[in-house]
Design a protein around this ligand. Structure first.
Ligand SMILES: Cc1ncc(COP(=O)(O)O)c(C=O)c1O
Length: 472
């Protein structure tokens, strides 16, 4: 189905309209992109064959349609991934800074998780019953995030979906509030944007027949007056937010934003749900906790079981009380929350190992120090090429953005995104043995990333930028 393998010429040079292109020579960039595409095709014959075979029966030629969004001429196919090494089927070893965009934030197949999975593998996967790991995982989560009660899901998407359901049930309020440009997985409710100040349902959604505007309120991040106005009706069940926006590039909270926002949220009888799925990069208990914000509920997925499908959500004692009441008062029958394989034995074993042996203080100490070095190194590369770009760091998570000053909200962040330029940089890095996330310009530092890996990324980025900047 997918057009896939192609080395077609890129066509006429695009005009330099995007802010991030100031300082670039787009004619050079266009020639560079064509050469990199050709290079990719030459270097990856085994991936090309697999891509052609996959296209016979996989819709779009890949297991999930957006696996084509890497911007490569055809999908790269992986032979195996361990630590930060991704070995592709053409035997290139790539240094991975994408890390399954956070699922493998602590490295691929971390040994304690691999051992736990191996142990559990011959002892059953799913029984609809709790194992010995359940109570321990609950204890570990409570200690880490400071919330007493926990439940599970198979993805962070589902964890968000379920916590929103519990909170709507507990509060009797129907609306939720999100920040413009947010992403919390494919939970339907959040796909409402602000376009020229007006809430609009995201038009890229497929098959969405419900009017999301009815129950979702959207405001800009860092905009306290807008938040207060949106909460004032007293009909918002919860604010669902990342402590730092990470999915439209990164947008940091302004100093004092969350403390003031939390006060407003509570004043209007609403609850705060922190989605720490990405911001767990800050520290063992997530970003909010590290900054003194105790949310009413926390969601975390992706790396919580070392990258196996699993997610968690926790709640305060007060919210748990109301949730239990809601369940007790509801008629018997389906709650609409949960799936058959949720909390399965394999995931619980993996989670116990990840929480107790992988996501440790020592791991974070290494990640944070090295991420700092990476962020500084990228700033130096950008400065050397005199580009008007900035770098933002949230613990082990580092991102460069095509603007001189970090954006303050989703609208500003969206304005500076440039997928064509991103693809060019990502492909240039990939051909030089370095993977960064296919969406925007995000990099993660894992406990097994080394200074040499960081140096390789910096050297490769320097080379790519040297090939596309305007020559003096
Ligand atoms: C903040 C946040 N929450 C939730 C999700 C959903 O995670 P998953 O795709 O594993 O369901 C994502 C995915 O990128 C995310 O960035």
């Amino acid at each position: 189905m997918d057009g896939n393998a192609s080395t077609e010429s890129p066509g006429p040079a695009a005009p330099d309209r995007r802010p991030g292109r100031r300082g670039l020579d787009w004619n050079r960039a266009t020639r560079f992109m064509a050469a990199e595409r050709e290079d990719y095709v030459q270097r990856n014959p085994a991936s090309a064959v697999l891509a052609r075979q996959a296209a016979e029966h996989l819709l779009f030629g890949v297991p999930l349609h957006w696996m084509n969004d890497w911007g490569t001429p055809f999908a790269l196919h992986v032979e195996h991934a361990t630590g930060v090494d991704v070995v592709d089927v053409d035997s290139h070893t790539l240094v991975d800074f994408c890390l399954g965009d956070t699922g493998a934030m602590f490295g691929h197949a971390p040994p304690p998780v691999a051992a736990a999975v191996q142990h559990q593998a011959a002892r059953g996967y799913t029984t609809m019953l709790a194992t010995q790991d359940a109570a321990e995982v609950g204890r570990l989560l409570a200690g880490r995030f400071g919330l007493p009660y926990w439940q599970f899901a198979l993805s962070a998407t589902d964890a968000n979906r379920y916590i929103v359901r519990w909170i709507r049930a507990a509060t009797g309020r129907k609306k939720i509030l999100v920040f413009n440009g947010c992403y919390h997985g494919t939970i339907e409710d959040v796909f409402v944007d602000l376009v020229e100040g007006q809430p609009v349902q995201r038009d890229s959604l497929l098959g969405q027949v419900h009017n999301l505007l009815e129950h979702t309120v959207v405001v800009e991040f860092n905009d306290l007056p807008a938040l207060e106005a949106a909460l004032a009706n007293g009909d918002v069940a919860c604010v669902l937010a990342e402590p730092v926006m990470t999915n439209i590039g990164m947008v940091l909270p302004e100093p004092g934003f969350w403390r003031a926002a939390q006060a407003l949220i509570h004043r209007h009888g609403s609850l705060l749900v922190m989605d720490e799925t990405h911001c767990i990069s800050t520290g063992p208990g997530g970003h909010a906790r590290a900054h003194g914000i105790d949310a009413d509920a926390v969601v975390m997925g992706k790396p919580v079981a070392g990258g196996l499908p699993s997610a968690v959500y926790g709640m305060s004692a007060a919210l748990a009380d109301r949730a239990v009441q809601a369940k007790r008062q509801a008629p018997p029958g389906h709650s609409g929350i949960g799936t058959t394989l949720t909390g399965n034995m394999l995931a619980m074993a993996a989670m116990r190992a990840a929480l107790s042996e992988v996501m440790t203080e020592a791991a974070y100490a290494h990640m944070l120090a090295l991420a700092e070095r990476l962020a500084d190194g990228i700033r130096a590369v950008i400065a050397r090429h005199q580009l008007p770009w900035c770098v933002t760091q949230v613990g082990a998570r580092v991102e460069f953005q095509f603007c001189a000053e970090p954006p303050k909200n989703g609208t500003e962040a969206d304005r500076v995104m440039d997928p064509e330029l991103e693809h060019l940089i990502h492909l240039g890095l990939l051909n030089r043995g370095v993977l960064i996330t296919p969406f925007h310009n995000m990099m993660l530092v894992s406990p097994v990333t080394t200074p040499e890996h960081v140096a390789q990324l910096l050297g490769s980025l320097d080379e790519v930028l040297a090939a596309i900047v305007a020559r003096a």
